[in-house]
Design a protein around this ligand. Structure first.
Ligand code: ATP
Ligand code: MG
Length: 316
C-alpha cells in the first residue's frame, strides 16, 4: 500500500485546488520557509481524523479553512482528499484504491468520506488501524517530532511500537470492550433501580387492581339487587294497578246504577208533584165549598134563631 495522491482545496494556505501526486520512490517537497510544506502534513493528519486544532497548529477547527490574504478573500470550506493505492489485502476493503475525504464548513458542519461515501470518523479509524497510518501513528512525523520521539517517555514510545507491531487494534478493541462493560454495568445498576421502582409500582397497582375488582363485583351486586328490587316494585305496582282498574270499573257500574235510580226517583218525584198539585187544587176547592156551606149554615142558623125568637114572642 502506498500514498498515491493528495488533493487540497481551501485548507490553510491552499486557496486553489492543488493536487500532489506521489509516484513510486521518494517524493520530496521543498520550498522556502512559510511556503506551506508543514500545511501539507497538517492536511494529511487532518484528513486522517485529527480532532485537535492545536495539533494542527490552530486555535479552533475553523482555522484550517483558508483565511484570505491581502489579495484574496477567505473561503467558506476546506476539503482534503487523500488517495491510497494497492490497498487490497492490507486494508479491510475490496477496493484496490481507497480515497479518504474530509471537509469542514465555517459554521462547524463537517463530513468524513470513504470513496466519496459519507461515513463516521470511527469508520476511518477502523479502516486504518494497525497500518501505521493515522493521525497519531508513526508514519507521519512532523517537524521536531523525531527528536521528541527519541526523548519521549517510555509509554509514548511503547505506543509507537505497539502500532508498528499491529496490536493497537486489539488494545483499542479491549479498551472499547471494557468501556462497553463499564457502560453495561452502569446500565445494569440503572435497570435494577428501574426494576425495583417497577416492582413497587406493580405492588401498588395490584393493590389498586384488587380494590377495583372488589368495587366492580360489589357494583355488579348492587346493580343486580337494584334490578330485582325494581322488578318486584314493578310487579306490585302492576297488581295494584289491575286492582284499582277493577275497582274503577265496579265504581263506574255502581255510578251508572245510582244515576239510573236517581233518574227513576226524579221521574217519580215529578209525577208525585203533579198528583200533589191536583190534591191541593181539590183541597182548596173543597175548602171553598166548605166555607160556602158554613156560611149558608150560619145564615140558616141566624134565620132559625130569628124565626125561633119571633115564634116565641107570638106564643107569648
Ligand atoms: P517552515 O519551512 O518554516 O517550516 P512551512 O513551509 O512549513 O515553513 P507552513 O507552516 O506550512 O510553512 O505554512 C505557514 C503559512 O501558512 C503561513 O504563511 C500562514 O500564513 C499560512 N496559513 C496558515 N493557516 C492559514 C489559513 N487558515 N489561511 C491562510 N493562510 C494560512
Ligand atoms: Mg514547517
Amino acid at each position: 500500500m502506498r500514498l498515491k495522491s493528495l488533493e487540497i482545496h481551501g485548507f490553510k494556505s491552499f486557496a486553489d485546488k492543488t493536487k500532489l501526486e506521489f509516484h513510486e520512490g521518494v517524493t520530496g517537497i521543498v520550498g522556502p520557509n512559510g511556503c506551506g510544506k508543514s500545511n501539507i502534513v497538517d492536511s494529511m493528519r487532518w484528513v486522517l481524523g485529527e480532532t485537535s486544532a492545536k495539533a494542527l497548529r490552530g486555535g479552533e477547527m475553523a482555522d484550517v479553512i483558508f483565511n484570505g490574504t491581502d489579495r484574496r478573500s477567505p473561503l467558506g470550506m476546506a476539503e482534503v482528499t487523500l488517495t491510497l493505492a494497492d490497498c487490497a489485502g492490507v486494508l479491510d476493503t475490496e477496493y484496490d484504491e481507497v480515497s479518504l475525504g474530509r471537509r469542514v464548513f465555517r459554521d462547524g458542519k463537517s463530513d468524513y468520506l470513504i470513496n466519496k461515501q459519507p461515513c463516521r470518523l470511527k469508520d476511518i479509524h477502523n479502516l486504518l488501524m494497525d497500518t501505521g497510518i493515522g493521525r497519531s501513528s508513526y508514519s507521519i512525523m512532523e517537524q521536531g517530532k523525531i527528536d521528541m520521539l527519541l526523548s519521549s517517555k517510555p509509554e509514548d514510545r511503547r505506543a509507537v511500537f505497539e502500532e508498528a507491531a499491529g496490536i493497537t487494534k486489539y488494545k483499542t478493541q479491549k479498551k472499547e470492550a471494557l468501556r462497553k462493560l463499564d457502560y453495561t454495568e452502569a446500565n445494569l445498576v440503572r435497570i435494577r433501580d428501574v426494576i425495583a421502582e417497577n416492582e413497587r409500582q406493580i405492588r401498588s397497582l395490584s393493590r389498586q387492581a384488587s380494590k377495583a375488582k372488589r368495587y366492580q363485583s360489589l357494583f355488579d351486586d348492587v346493580r343486580t339487587l337494584e334490578l330485582h328490587l325494581s322488578h318486584k316494585k314493578w310487579r306490585e305496582l302492576r297488581a295494584e294497578k289491575s286492582g284499582l282498574t277493577t275497582s274503577i270499573r265496579n265504581l263506574r257500574l255502581q255510578q251508572d246504577e245510582l244515576e239510573d235510580a236517581i233518574e227513576k226517583r226524579q221521574a217519580e218525584m215529578a209525577s208525585a208533584r203533579v198528583e200533589y198539585q191536583e190534591i191541593e187544587n181539590r183541597l182548596s176547592h173543597l175548602q171553598a165549598q166548605l166555607a160556602r156551606f158554613e156560611n149558608e149554615i150560619g145564615s140558616a142558623n141566624n134565620r132559625i134563631e130569628f124565626n125561633g125568637e119571633r115564634s116565641h114572642e107570638h106564643a107569648l
